[in-house]
Design a protein around this ligand. Structure first.
Ligand SMILES: [Zn+2]
Length: 320
């Protein structure tokens, strides 16, 4: 009985301080910039999430980047109901816990093709509302402590997102950016960090538009024009960019041909570079439907560029 009373008293105390903190934050944010309203976000209890299998790590800093993903599975469904969004959230959590062996859903938030937003990893919504800390997820290999990730349901390599998904993505990203004071230029795609197709070329190419729309909601000027990133090259690709990669790999001691064809030996060399450097592969997708072995992207390029090469000049040349 005494324990029960203490817990009740503690809970009451926490509630009072939480209200006090929120009041302060709202007042100061209103002075600085327009407050972006919280979109409807369905928490883990709403979609009947399993409890995490370990302790959720909350880091005492804000995330730096907001990262856009695509889920690949269950594909580009036409079931736009909330019930389906909840089912997809459970399916992703099962895959991440049972197959990947993670303690919970990897990403902090999930956005359905019907435009329904759900909380991914437990505590992500509560911590986002606080605006000062970061729930450590598992969605951007080697970069999870700086990235807060949104998984968008579907596969966007050749198809575009639904208008409903786009609309909720803009609102969610704007809310996250507003809560943490993140500038739109720090909105990124998964492939800006890892050698992955994610979030699909079509959605990736809409990120400048996303930054502009979020900037409007934040009341900030148009974000700076992005410098080109590293290109994503895949086994089977051909052309001058593959040739450049092969020249760099040869200079690193790999016996690959310099023929501009991304064949097996080039793929093997890329895999070896990634493994030697301990690169984590967080390919998105609720099943292993996509094989991204040997993709050469943002995390591999810096490892094969020699010290005598200016990376910015090389990026510009590869983009041109
Ligand atoms: Zn991803």
């Amino acid at each position: 009985m005494a324990d029960f009373d203490r817990r009740t008293a503690l809970k009451g105390g926490l509630t009072v301080s939480a209200v006090g903190l929120l009041g302060t934050a709202t007042t100061s944010a209103a002075d600085a910039a327009p407050v972006v309203a919280e979109p409807k976000i369905h928490d883990t209890a709403a979609w009947s999430a399993r409890p995490p299998s370990g302790t959720i790590e909350v880091q005492n800093h804000k995330p730096t980047y907001i990262v856009v993903h695509h889920t690949v599975e269950p594909g580009n469904v036409t079931d736009y109901t909330l019930e389906h969004a909840f089912w997809a959230s459970r399916s992703i959590q099962d895959f991440h816990m049972d197959t990947r062996g993670w303690i919970d859903t990897g990403q902090q938030f999930t956005n359905s093709r019907g435009g329904h937003i759900t909380e991914g990893r437990h505590r992500s919504l509560e911590i986002l509302r606080g605006g000062t800390k970061h729930v450590l997820g598992a969605n951007v290999g080697n970069n999870n402590s700086t990235c807060i990730g949104i998984e968008n349901e579907g596969l966007y390599s050749t198809e575009d997102v639904t208008p409903a998904l786009w609309d909720s993505l803009v609102k969610l990203v704007a809310y996250i950016a507003s809560q943490y004071g993140i500038s739109p230029e720090f909105i990124k795609g998964h492939r800006d960090f890892n050698s992955t197709e994610c979030p699909g070329t079509v959605l990736y190419n809409r990120l400048p538009e996303l930054r502009t729309e979020v900037g409007k909601l934040l009341g900030t000027a148009s974000p700076k024009v992005d410098l080109p990133g590293w290109p994503l090259l895949k086994p089977g690709d051909t052309g001058p960019r593959v040739r450049t990669a092969q020249e760099l790999l040869r200079a690193r001691g790999f016996a690959v041909p310099v023929d501009g064809v991304f064949g097996k030996s080039t793929k093997d060399a890329v895999v070896a570079v990634a493994e030697r450097n301990g690169l984590e592969r967080d390919a998105c997708g609720a099943t292993a439907a996509t094989d991204e072995t040997g993709f050469l992207g943002s995390d591999v390029w810096p490892l094969i560029v020699g010290s005598g090469t200016d990376p910015r000049a090389l990026k510009a040349r590869l983009a041109g």
